[in-house]
Design a protein around this ligand. Structure first.
Ligand code: BG6
Length: 479
């Protein structure tokens, strides 16, 4: 990093997790089952996520369900938060599992044990001066809402969500200032199951169902922002986008135009609605050409306009490269979110292309479009780790990845971007969302737990733990 690149004095350094990927205790403390509880572990999960027609039934003879135990944060949160504090975290991004608060999702009264659990977690964080940043919905729709109501396709979920957020805002108003509404809201059209809590009826209906579900979430998110500002006047409530700057494969204007359209749709559609409070005009043509008709009820657009977010948060793992005409081989290569292989980039063991400059590009794009504070709330390298005979874990590859991305953020700040924080993903090893594996590790803290279910759950500090501690204490100077 060049000497003159400086992170702001009060920059929020920390780490990020989601309830379903680390808490475990899936049926303890009055919690009901949720989406993640019925997703099988292993690579089979990817096909469940991307193919229509999943029935949400568990088959324990055939599959494992790692989210049930996860890394047992539910019982070990004090030990884990002490480790976050040792690294010097200023902020910890976590989510509340909706089904801990409302086990079925449609009850009138919340579950006190669930409320008390998160209260204890927030108190523990504050003991060390760590600010919680809470995602309200992170791939955790209560199973009952999925089975009985069809997930977010059903407008009724807005009402249940409003009850849920009212309860948590009221209860935690003195403990939580930073909130995010829906995790990676724009991932919905690719993987409706995760965010919208339904499996498309068929490939033909996927887009129609997903955009209708998204509309319900836009209204629900805006209601949450309005309520949050009323109940917690000093609150900062953000949206959360899966951001992947979209490059044209080459200088062919046809490909450039295609990349622009894909980028608009994926990166900006949801942001435009949640930040500007309006459906962008480019979506009209897309809806028309794809026979999508959204049921927008009276008052919805006003609600969306009144409930715009205070800041924008993103997950950033990879960029995307697009080409209008792709051969089947080209189309299959590369990232989870599509595109073609970029010949200039290397990829992780899971095929996700590594592109630190893409983060600088993305932050500049978002700053140019919205002029709102930005936060990177997910970024990291999923990798296999090896515990050496002396117990050490030398994850230099992870340090290299994070260093390059932090440098890119420093450059973006120099470019004039208003970046307020960084929480790297999976600061403690946890269950992967897309593949349900333990072996895809992101953490600074190693957890002794393996894909076959074995392991003691013991926590160990990796080399990156000490490195990140130094990054935080030097406010990004020592990389
Ligand atoms: C994001 C999600 O998509 O990426 C996280 O918000 C997820 O929940 C993360 O864990 C990394 O993906 P994966 O599949 O490697 O766990």
């Amino acid at each position: 990093m060049t000497k003159e690149t400086k992170f702001p004095k009060d920059f929020l350094w920390g780490g990020a997790t989601a309830a379903n990927q680390l808490e475990g205790a899936s049926l303890e403390g009055g919690k009901g089952l949720n989406l993640a509880d019925v997703l099988p572990g292993g690579k089979v999960r990817l096909s469940v996520l991307s193919q229509p027609g999943f029935d949400f039934e568990m088959d324990t003879d055939k599959y494992s369900y790692p989210n049930h135990e996860a890394i047992d944060f539910y019982h070990r949160y004090k030990e884990d938060i002490a480790l976050f504090a040792e690294m010097g975290f200023k902020v910890y991004r976590m989510s509340i599992a909706w089904s801990r608060i409302f086990p079925n999702g449609d009850e009138l009264e919340p579950n006190e044990e669930g409320l008390a659990f998160y209260e204890n977690v927030f108190d523990e964080l504050h003991k060390y001066g760590i600010e919680p940043l809470v995602t309200i919905a992170h791939y955790e729709t209560p199973l009952h809402l999925i089975k009985e109501y069809g997930g977010w396709k059903n407008r009724k979920l807005i009402e249940f969500f409003e009850r849920y957020v009212t309860v948590i805002f009221d209860r935690y108003k003195d403990k939580v200032k930073y909130w995010l509404t829906f995790n990676e809201i724009n991932g919905a059209t690719h993987f409706p199951l995760f965010g919208l809590g339904f499996s498309a009826t068929s490939e033909e209906t996927r887009l129609q169902e997903s955009f209708q579900g998204l509309h319900h979430q836009f209204v629900a998110s805006a209601i949450a922002v309005k309520l949050g500002h009323k109940i917690i006047p000093e609150s900062q409530i953000g949206c959360m986008l899966l951001y992947a700057p979209t490059y044209s494969y080459d200088a062919n204007p046809e490909n450039v135009m295609y990349a622009l359209e894909e980028g608009n749709l994926f990166n900006f559609f949801c942001g435009d609605v949640q930040v500007r409070g309006e459906y962008p005009t480019f979506i009209n043509r897309y809806f028309k050409e794809n026979n999508i008709e959204i049921d927008i009820q009276q008052g919805d657009l006003e609600t969306i306009k009144e409930g715009t977010v205070d800041f924008i948060s993103i997950s950033y793992y990879m960029s995307r490269t697009e080409k209008k005409e792709k051969t089947p081989e080209e189309a299959g290569a590369g990232n989870l979110i599509g595109g073609v292989k970029n010949p200039f980039l290397k990829a992780s063991d899971w095929g996700w292309e590594i592109d630190p400059t893409g983060l600088r590009i993305g932050l500049n794009e978002l700053h140019g479009r919205y002029q709102k504070p930005l936060m990177v709330v997910e970024n990291g390298l999923g990798a296999y780790d090896k515990v050496e005979e002396d117990g050490s874990i030398n994850d230099d590859y992870r340090i290299d990845y994070l260093r390059d991305h932090i440098k890119a953020m420093g450059e973006a700040i120099e470019d004039g971007v208003n970046l307020i924080g960084y929480t790297s993903w999976g600061c403690i090893d946890l269950v992967s969302a897309s593949t349900g594996e333990y072996s895809k590790r992101y953490g600074f803290i190693y957890v002794d737990k393996h894909d076959d279910g074995s392991g003691t759950l013991e926590r160990k500090r990796k080399k990156s733990f000490y490195w990140y501690k130094d990054v935080i204490s030097s406010n990004g100077d020592n990389l």
